[in-house]
Design a protein around this ligand. Structure first.
Ligand SMILES: Nc1ncnc2c1ncn2[C@@H]1O[C@H](COP(=O)(O)OP(=O)(O)O)[C@@H](O)[C@H]1O
Ligand SMILES: [Mg+2]
Length: 386
């Protein structure tokens, strides 16, 4: 528990953490229960033991498709009953809230159900207000080399902690865009409804772009302040609206976007999407190695890219630690093995200093030696924990 003194009032922040986690029919876990304190958790075990599966289960405590972006019907433990019984993840949080999520047999497979304190939530976006969850996985080694979608999702997840309403805005924006595409495809056109949807895209899209820009700038400043031996990442959000906001106030940028949507109906009807908008934005990351010219992250070595991602995640945790939301849950999959010992030590020190609940995995327990006595060590074997 951290204590923050604001003016004369004493504000007690309960560090956000999971105190109990239960996985039911979740991948290779039949029924796994983990009790945890607010301290870091180290999961060790052989390849295929089920360590990443536990992190994936935790990633479902935030909106979205989790750290593997899996289809919901591939998660239930196989071989499964016919008809399937569904899978579930349940967690008790330090805030006293109980969260449950999973697939519900008979319900549309694409939709993940969320329950908060026993009540079914209308949408998973409610999760963004309960807990911030960030992760780094070996697959993210390719984040800077592949399309902008994964980078955009990474930036949006960084925004959730500062502005939980961001998740709802994104979902309303995407919903309006899909509805507009459907109307354009189907024609004849209900122009009043099209205009209402474009209005929704313009207002929510603008708020999404503004939040991304603001968080990228704040994180850039936090990275510049220096986080141990991690690179000082320089960050930005690029896209039509984000770039527009750099030059003009929000209203004219929003009006231009609305006008663009109106003008591009014919084209968008053919392409089936929207040519411009925050669904196409990107998260730009660069680094001035040894103070030299700015180098795009994609030109850095794999190890350097990993260090850049860690710098960003730690900067985010540092900033959030000073706010009412508190630091995020960090899911660091196989991260320790790829860091040199100086960076590994700095990562552990930073996690302990922030007091955030980090869940770390690795095959080699000895790499986590500095955390002995300060973290909960759990051994994972064949979908069971010991
Ligand atoms: N739906 C499923 N049912 C049963 N086992 C699964 C399912 N999905 C994945 N697995 C198994 O989970 C194991 C991988 O677990 P994972 O957590 O990635 O291991 P690691 O400990 O190396 O991180 C693999 O053996 C894989 O076959
Ligand atoms: Mg793994």
């Amino acid at each position: 528990m951290g204590i923050v003194v604001a003016n004369t009032a004493l504000v007690v922040i309960i560090m956000p953490a999971v105190t109990r986690l239960t996985l039911t029919r979740f991948r290779n876990h039949g029924a796994t229960r983990i009790e945890a304190g607010p301290s870091p958790v180290v999961l060790t075990g052989a390849n295929g033991a089920g360590k990443t599966n536990i992190l994936e289960a935790l990633s479902f405590l935030s909106p979205g498709r989790g750290l593997r972006r899996a289809r919901l019907d591939e998660i239930e433990r196989t071989p499964h009953a016919e008809p399937p019984l569904g899978w579930a993840v349940a967690a008790s949080l330090t805030s006293g809230v109980d969260v449950g999520t999973g697939s519900v047999p008979g319900a549309p497979r694409e939709r993940r159900q969320v329950c908060v304190d026993g009540q079914t939530a209308r949408s998973q976006t409610v999760l963004a207000g309960l807990l911030t969850v960030l992760w780094l996985t070996p697959q993210m080694d390719r984040l800077f080399l592949e399309g902008s979608g994964a980078r955009r999702r990474f930036l949006d997840r960084l925004v959730f902690g500062f502005d939980p309403a961001h998740a709802g805005r994104l979902s309303r924006y995407e919903h309006a865009m899909r509805e507009r595409s459907r109307l354009l495809r189907e024609g004849p056109r209900d122009t009043a409804w099209l205009t209402a949807l474009e209005n929704q895209m313009a207002t929510t899209g603008m708020a999404v772009a503004a939040a991304r820009r603001c968080v990228a700038a704040d994180l850039s400043r936090a990275c510049a302040a220096g986080i141990g031996p991690f690179p000082k990442a320089e960050l930005g959000a690029s896209g039509t609206l984000e770039t527009g906001l750099a030059a003009q106030p929000a209203l004219p940028v929003e009006d231009e976007y609305r006008a663009h949507l109106l003008a591009s109906r014919r084209l968008d009807a053919l392409s089936g999407g929207a040519t411009l908008g925050p669904h196409r934005s990107d998260f730009t990351v660069g680094w001035r190695k040894a103070g030299g010219a700015l180098l795009a992250a994609e030109s850095c070595s794999t190890g350097e890219q990993k260090a850049l991602l860690l710098a960003i995640v730690l900067a985010n945790a540092r900033l959030l630690a000073g706010q009412a939301t508190g630091p995020p849950l960090l899911l660091l999959d196989e991260v320790a093995a790829h860091l040199d010992s100086a960076r590994r030590g700095a990562l552990f020190d930073e996690i302990l200093a922030l007091g955030c609940q980090a869940w770390l995995t690795g095959t080699d327990e000895s790499l986590f030696e500095p955390l002995k006595g300060r973290a909960r060590f759990i051994s994972v074997t064949d979908g069971q924990v010991f």
